[in-house]
Design a protein around this ligand. Sequence first.
Ligand SMILES: [Zn+2]
Length: 216
Amino acid sequence: MSCNHHPDDSTLLCYGAGSLPDALAMVVACHLAVCDQCYDKVVEAEQIGLGLMEQEPVESISQSSRDWMLAMLDESVDDAGSEVGKTSDVNSDIPEPLCPLIGHSFSDLHWRTMAPGMKQFILPASRGKLRLLKIAPGTFMPSHGHSGSELTLVLKGSYSDELGRFSVGDVADVDPDMTHQPVADTHEGCICLIATDGPLRFKGLVPRLLQPFFQL
Ligand SMILES: [Zn+2]
């Protein structure tokens, strides 16, 4: 798949090092399943990490710590490798890493209405928030800023915002200081996988009042 928007290199590096919160890591894993370019970067980052460890003075790191880190890096490469190029056999909209969490169909999920034209489905994550968002054609999301990182992967349809147009496979890696207002494109609805590691910052009163109820 040819993608136009990718996670930042720093995000890929953190993913390769295993230091991304699991909510954000799931979005990256799903993107790697369709983007060879980013997969290659992650493998390269992991190889650099291994190279740095090779140069580490023996006395500065215990053998048990060294063995553990090498095992973690190997596991990370294997995990990413097993996901590359794979989407669910049953529904090609759903990347393989996501299938254990939601199964093979968006329509079987218990979507919860947030506002006219917007529904969400919360996914489990131990660090950060992870959700699917379904947006009806032409629907404007409330304008919002961020208090942390936000990664959005388009799984179906497309949307546009101040950063451009995002289609299936594209990732928006939004800086904490950026404010944006996504709008689903008009020809079909949009389903996105969104991870955050801090609360959103809404400008409008109504979204701020609703925020606690929808874990935004
Ligand atoms: Zn990519």
